[in-house]
Structure formats: C-alpha cells, structure tokens
Design a protein around this ligand. Structure first.
Ligand code: PGA
Length: 255
C-alpha cells in the first residue's frame, strides 16, 4: 500500500450558498487573511456553487486555492435542464468535483451506481473526483459501518482503475455529523479511515488522501488533522466565513 501524501488537504464545500458576487467578496477577504497569516502546510480547495465557479476560478486566490464543482452530471452535454456537466465545470475553471456527497445521496436519491457514473464523468473531463462516503446513524447503530463504507467505496473503484492516488480523494463524512454540530471523535475517524485504507489494500489500490468531514470547526480541526490516517478535512458551514476557514486551514501548521 502506498503511503498517502503528507500535505493535508483542507477543502470547503459551500453547498447552496454564495452567488458570484458573494464568492468574490469571500475570496478578497480570504486572500487578505492568508496574506496576514499564511496557512503554510495545507493544500486548499473550495467547492463553490455552480454559478460561482467562474468567479472563484478567475480570482487571484486560485494561485493558492483549487476550485471544484459540487456535483456533475454523467453526460458531457444534452437535454438535462438544470444540470452541469464535468466538461462545463472544466470550462468554468474547476479542477476537482465532489461525487456522492451525502446530500446528493440522501436528498437527491443518488445511488452507488449514480456516484460511479459521476466519477467516470470527472475522469473523462480531466477533473479529480473527491468521493464522499459515510454511514447514517441508523446504519452505525445496526453495526453496518464497515459494510456501508465498503459498498460505497467499492462501487467507485472500477472507474478509478488507472487513476493515480494523487488524482482523486475520498471524504469520510458520517451523515450524523454533517451540519449537526456532532463531530466524530478522533477514534471514530481513525477507525473509519483505516477501514477505507484496508478496503483499498484488499483491491491492491494505492491510497489517495482521505479527508474527514462533518461539523469541522476552527476549535476541533487541529485535533482531527493530527489524527492518524486523516489526510485533510472537508468543511461545510465553517468554510463560509473567511476567518474561520483560514483558521481551519492553518490548524495543521506547527505552532
Ligand atoms: P458541515 O458539512 O461541516 O457543515 O457539517 C460538511 C459537508 O457536508 O461537507
């Protein structure tokens, strides 16, 4: 098994927040915050709304921060009103895309096969997919943690057959910790991340960076980023504020 990259990846998922003007205001403030106090050791990435992708991608902040789409449609173009293709996301300046975020799975009904189709679309267009996996509280209580994570991860492995470990990532986001203020303990995160590594090892795959997501805030980011097998964080609510996202980005720096 290849060891994962050592530079942590700190990513912000803006969900359905911020249009292009608000995104530019954020980028101005975030750039100023980084200039005042650089977040040295982390790679940074933002997933703005589709309509704000271009605004972030054209902002000078992209010298320091990567940009990704929150979801893409499997097809490159066509009669799919309201959808965004991976090719269009690339045209807007994206280099990454989320696939299988729990809100896409649970609110919009995306199946494991749908997620795999979106991963395939990312790779076709040259986007790096960040595949989100995670169990619900009910699944955890019934002891299905391993089964759920294994099923969700194995579903995307065929399209990722020839993909280098640094050209994709996994985000472990327990559904019960997303937007709830409940954070998985470092032990919970370690257990799930090691389990994901084991699944990859069973398939002879190199290990990409595995991020933790779910109620990550400035005051718990340091502990999570220091946890064994946690290679970064995917931040929702706390990524909307430039100061708090800056604090999380710097949480992996030595003090
Ligand atoms: P949260 O969201 O940080 O607001 O819990 C995380 C996510 O959904 O990616």
């Amino acid at each position: 098994m290849t060891p994962p990259a050592t530079r942590p990846l700190v990513a912000g998922n803006w969900k359905m927040h911020k249009g292009p003007r608000e995104a530019s205001v954020f980028c101005d403030a975030f750039a100023a915050a980084l200039e005042a106090e650089p977040a040295g050791s982390a790679d940074l990435l933002l997933f703005p709304s589709a309509v704000a992708l271009g605004a972030v991608a054209r902002h000078p902040i992209v010298e320091r921060v990567g940009v990704g789409a929150q979801t893409v449609h499997p097809e490159p173009s066509g009669a799919f009103t309201g959808e965004l293709s991976a090719e269009m996301a690339v045209d807007a300046g994206a280099t990454w895309a989320l696939a299988g975020h729990s809100e896409r799975r649970h609110v919009f009904g995306e199946s494991d096969a749908d997620v795999a189709a979106r991963v395939r679309a990312c790779l076709r267009a040259g986007l790096r997919p960040m595949v989100c996996v995670g169990e619900t509280l009910e699944e955890r209580r019934r002891g299905h943690l391993e089964g759920v994570l294994r099923r969700q991860l194995e579903a995307v492995l065929p399209p990722l057959d020839d993909t280098a470990a640094d050209a994709w990532a996994i985000a472990y986001e327990p559904v019960w910790a997303i937007g709830t203020g409940e954070t998985a303990s470092p032990d919970d995160a370690r257990e799930a991340h090691l389990l994901l590594r084991r699944v990859l090892g069973d398939h002879g795959r190199a290990v990409p960076r595995i991020l933790y997501g779910g109620s990550v805030k400035p005051d718990n980011a340091g502990e999570l980023l220091a946890t064994e097998a946690v290679d970064g964080v995917l931040v929702g609510g706390a990524s909307l504020d430039p100061a708090s996202f800056r604090a999380i980005a710097g949480a992996s720096d030595p003090r």
